[in-house]
Design a binder for this molecule. Structure first.
Ligand code: MSP
Length: 520
């Protein structure tokens, strides 16, 4: 399709504290998806940002003895620095305290108010600051928030409400007739289960300034600010020019993939679609909910104090290995456990032993047996049975990796690519180019090494969105620039006569940190 575009978003992160692995994961996942689409030559837009209003941020500011704006300005830098370090290639970064966002939120509010989609009434219920969500008495579990199990606060105040309840039947039908809208499918069932068994309430969309000042003022009542979720969800369209730049907006909207963690399923699959419906804006194609990173069996979260600091892992193993681990280890949709042991095991086996070792073997043999230059091989290079078999396996990996992007099974795609890498290592064991060289079979040595290098070229292209820096280094060793996915099915892309690069260790082995021995 000539006019196909790809728009991917991450949730916008609260700036009450610094980022952790959970945040890094969603952003890396979006980056990997964006990068694959760019390589496929599909016009791509990748948005991330920060959610800066609400009680949670205000409380963090109070605790730190600074203003809410200072809290935002100081914390947003930590996110932006981490994204830079993680090689994130977002096209825009939206902060909800920016003018370009606030004015549009106010326009939306005014429009909905004028059309009686928003009304004023008394609110009596419960609020969880951790989740920034309103709950009814019935929702609570033993007096605690049903989402995070922390105490909720009782609230009685005048507020403004969005007529969300009137969209209940419409939303059920929409989800049922659009199976791609909520992914994976079991999450759609979760939302449907909720919608079919509970009466949807209208959504409280304001907080009185007497209770919370840190928010966007309602344009029709200066005593109130808007509820943080109503403000936050709109970032996905304010950033791309909703009500400001129609051309830009219609180029990217509806979004292709809106990535979220499973903790924010209701807000994205109930609040967000009903808001869009009331606004007359089409719904995103897919809301995709991934699982949690756990420490042992519990969710990794700042308040539980069990977070893994991404910076520390990156310092030890490099950014690309960190990105690889997160994408390879988590089956999209399921939870996964982050442990140093699992990280070191996967790093050493997939990256140091299989991939890194294959590159250094190939380069050093090209140096030793072919004078450091890619030999010319004839058209018959793929005619031998082991050659044909290997190239077919590599092509199979191409198919699996490409298929895994559409079906969001990236970990399976990566496993297929690593499978192909292992087959190249096995191919060396079968062919034994070192013996062939001793026997003076120069042409066969050339074919073996060129086929290994071509296979590595293809694998590196497939791994490039996950490990851009290291795979770039690998390709440079073959005299190649950025990968072109169109050339993955072609054999013989590396030019004969190219001088091979140095065999640097792409992924040096790492050891598990040993416990300090007890002093005698
Ligand atoms: N500000 C809201 C989102 C508004 S989007 C319009 C919010 N922010 S958050 O900072 O608390 O978390 C955002 C996202 O971080 C979660 O949805 C999830 O994607 C990710 N994660 C936070 N902890 C996580 C794990 N332990 N594991 C995986 N991802 C999790 O919610």
């Amino acid at each position: 399709m000539a006019n196909k575009t790809y728009y991917v978003t991450t949730p916008i992160y609260y700036v009450n504290d610094k980022p952790h692995v959970g945040h890094a994961y969603t952003t890396i996942l979006a980056d990997v998806l964006a990068s694959y689409h760019r390589l496929l030559d599909i016009p791509t837009f990748f948005l991330t940002g920060t959610d800066e209003h609400g009680q949670k941020v205000q409380q963090a500011a109070d605790k730190n003895g600074i203003t809410a704006q200072e809290q935002c300005d100081q914390t947003v830098i930590r996110f932006q620095e981490l994204w830079k370090r993680l090689e994130i290639t977002n096209d825009d970064f939206i902060r909800t305290t920016e003018e370009r966002h606030k004015v549009i939120v106010q326009e939306v509010l005014q429009d909905l108010y004028d059309r009686d989609e928003i009304y004023r009434a008394e609110y009596e219920g419960w609020y969880c600051v951790g989740c920034e969500r309103f709950f009814t008495e019935k929702d609570l579990v033993d007096g605690n928030c049903p989402e995070c199990d922390k105490p909720a606060e009782a609230i009685q105040e005048t507020n403004y409400f969005f007529r969300m309840s009137k969209y209940q039947e419409w939303l059920i039908e929409y989800i049922e007739t659009h199976p791609e809208f909520i992914q994976p499918g079991f999450r759609a069932n979760e939302t449907l289960g909720f919608l079919k068994t509970k009466e949807l309430q209208d959504l409280c969309i304001s907080r009185p300034k007497s209770r919370l000042e840190w928010g966007i003022e309602l344009p029709f009542d200066e005593d109130f600010v808007t509820y943080v979720w109503f403000d936050a969800l709109l970032n996905y369209i304010t950033a791309i020019g909703y009500k400001r730049d129609d051309e830009h907006f219609s180029r990217w909207w509806p979004a292709t993939h809106q990535l979220i963690g499973k903790d924010i399923l209701t807000t994205h699959t109930v609040y967000w679609p009903t808001m869009l419906k009331a606004m007359g804006v089409p719904l995103p194609k897919t809301i995709f909910a991934h699982g949690w990173w756990l420490t042992g069996r519990t969710k990794m979260s700042k308040s539980l104090g069990n977070v893994v600091n991404p910076m520390e892992m990156i310092d030890r193993c490099g950014v690309d290995a960190f990105r690889y681990f997160l994408i390879a280890e988590m089956t999209l949709g399921q939870d996964a456990s982050f442990t140093e042991e699992a990280f070191v095991r996967r790093y050493n086996s997939d990256l140091a032993n299989d991939l890194g070792n294959l590159l250094s073997r190939t380069l050093s043999m090209l140096g030793r047996y072919c004078d450091g230059v890619f030999p010319k091989v004839g058209k018959n290079a793929l005619e031998g049975a082991p050659e044909k078999k290997l190239w077919e396996s590599v092509q199979q990996a191409v198919e699996e990796m490409e298929g895994s992007i559409d079906t969001m099974r990236l970990s399976q795609g990566l496993a297929a690519v690593l499978g192909a890498v292992r087959k190249v290592n096995k191919y060396f064991e079968i062919k034994q180019p070192w013996t062939l060289a001793k026997e003076g079979k120069t042409e066969e040595v050339g074919i073996t090494l060129v086929l290994a290098a071509e296979s590595l070229r293809v694998c590196a292209a497939l791994l490039y969105p996950v490990m851009p820096e290291r795979m770039g280094t690998l390709r440079t060793a073959f005299g190649l620039g950025k990968p072109e996915l169109a050339k993955l099915n072609t054999f013989g892309v590396i030019k004969a006569g190219t001088a091979v690069g140095k065999a640097e260790a792409l992924f040096p082995r790492v050891e598990l940190k040993k416990e300090e021995p007890a002093s005698p």
